[in-house]
Ligand binder design. Sequence first.
Ligand code: NAP
Length: 317
Amino acid sequence: MKHKVVIGFRLPDDVEREFSARLDARFVDGAWPRRDATALAALLYGCGGIVVTPPIHADEWLFEHLPASVRVVGTYSVGLDHVDLVAAKKHGIAVVNTPDVLTDAVAETALLLLLGAARRATESIALIRSGQWQGWTPRQIIGQSLAGRTLGIYGMGRIGRGIAARARAFGMTIAYHNTRRLAPALEEGAAYYDTPEALLPVCDALVLACPLTAATRGFLNAGRIALMKPTAIVVNIARGDVVVDDDLIAALKEGRLFAAGLDVFSGEPRLDARYYDFPNLFILPHIGSSTIEARLAMGRAVIDGVIAVLDGGNPGE
Ligand code: NAP
């Protein structure tokens, strides 16, 4: 018999088909019941597992109110910042996520953001779409080349290393800060800086690729931006709350950075409206892992993890 699982959102058709082939899957098409114990109990009646995404917070309240039948919470993401792991442990509920399978997609998005910011894509797209383009001139929309510049990576994990590999192909030199220095085989010649304060001044571009934790929340603030070159680019594919919006906006406004590329935002989808004003900001609506390859593989990873727990085996993580 298939395990009964409720998924808190709709997925691409092929992914839903795979869920339904292997699980008794019900997809919530609309609002997930928040702080409504009766609606939650009705929705999850007889369920062995639930699947959430970053917009659905698997917090203490949720763990407290899950029916006793629920033994696993899967998240359709690698990030776990929306899952209270302490509460999960306290309530004896396994958590599974989707590491590795979205690394390529997110690393590619980081390069898209980096190129979009460096080559002033927002202004270029606006100009050509306005119908006002007067033709090529040597002075129009002059950006920066990535080749020969130093890319700093804050959080040199799976995605950070995927970004490094791609940036090397663009002729960039890699510098990084991470909680721990990597083994030489994983470093692949990248220069390690043992503090962010040492890393930031050498960066021509900085990519934030860390998880959102108590230590990384608000990491990119005014003090740290002040350590960067005024010609530097900032890219965030981590989580919006790693950046202090007021401070990044002030730096862009005052020309203390060349440009920024952002895929994630504090309070998304309602990002700080001031972000819309900057021509030197290249923004994307959290599409980091949005490739069909990643979506399918993320689906398989969650399904495998949920089934492993419900069959009594080991969860993926
Ligand atoms: P990962 O393999 O765990 O890498 C995270 C890296 O950050 C690790 O090397 C970790 O070091 C390091 N780190 C953690 N705290 C740090 C700190 N305070 N200072 C410096 N380094 C720190 O995870 P991943 O698969 O690369 O994913 C990284 C994050 O990307 C996710 O957590 C998620 O928030 C974000 N993400 C975004 C999207 C998107 O759509 N934009 C998609 C997927 C993921 P240690 O291992 O030594 O602790």
